[in-house]
Design a protein around this ligand. Structure first.
Ligand code: DC
Length: 222
């Protein structure tokens, strides 16, 4: 691993704002951006399309080893995700894709296969890496570590607004249940559970605007 290229590890649960904030910061710094959730979502999507079951560890690892993922960051919009040459940003954002990703994410062999892919994203001049275990497992030597959080209700409302604006038919109460179930699964798994790194700055974004969160992280990095 390159120990000089700077990494900002931005971890936190679903809906904490790390995707939006991470992309703004990557554009400001002129750094690469890694949406690691998209990798897990992308693998789940590939598995579903190629009829590889969530308990077929060998099949999942084979898909992970050949998956080519590119995050195209764009100003004022979510990063476009390209997998094996196909743009599938909207398909990956569905709640179903998130649930499926959360189901395959605890498998140690899957995490090991995806670890190499994530570490290869550390390239000069720098990387903003968003996920659950960026500061704890993927880039434990990251120069900057921030853990974003917010109440489950606020995170569900943010996800609701985001999915609604993309034309998805969503129900707020169901989304809240799904976020709470995913929190439990992501935090209680044995392998790389969702938790702040010991040296991460924890920021509760419940009452903060996007600009306020960006300003606080800029203060930290500068
Ligand atoms: O951040 P997200 O909602 O797009 O992530 C989808 C799922 O992928 C999440 O519920 C757990 C898994 N994930 C993970 O295990 N580790 C990461 N670094 C990122 C995501």
């Amino acid at each position: 691993m390159n120990s000089i290229t700077p990494v900002l590890a931005l971890d936190g649960p679903s809906g904490s704002g790390k995707g939006t904030i991470g992309q703004i910061l990557a554009l400001k710094f002129g750094w690469y951006y890694l949406d690691s959730g998209a990798i897990y979502r992308g693998l789940a999507w590939l598995a579903q399309n190629q009829d590889v079951k969530a308990d077929d560890v060998e099949g999942l690892v084979a898909l992970a080893d050949t998956m080519k993922l590119i995050c195209h960051v764009q100003e004022g919009d979510v990063a476009q995700i390209e997998i094996n040459g196909q743009i599938i940003t909207d398909e990956l954002r569905s709640d179903e894709a998130g649930q499926l990703a959360s189901e395959i994410a605890p498998i140690p062999e899957v995490r090991a296969a995806l670890l190499k892919m994530q570490r290869r994203c550390r390239k000069a001049p720098g990387l903003v890496a968003d996920g659950r275990d960026m500061g704890t497992t993927v880039f434990p030597d990251a120069q900057f570590k921030v853990y974003l959080t917010a109440s489950a209700e606020i995170r569900a409302k943010r996800r609701f607004d985001q999915l609604k604006s993309k034309g998805f038919d969503v129900n707020l109460a169901r989304l809240l249940e799904s976020i709470q179930a995913r929190d439990v699964r992501d935090s209680s798994r044995a392998e790389s559970p969702l938790k702040p790194a010991g040296d991460a700055i924890v920021l509760d974004t419940s009452e903060l605007s996007i600009d306020e969160v960006v300003a606080r992280i800029l203060d930290l990095v500068n």
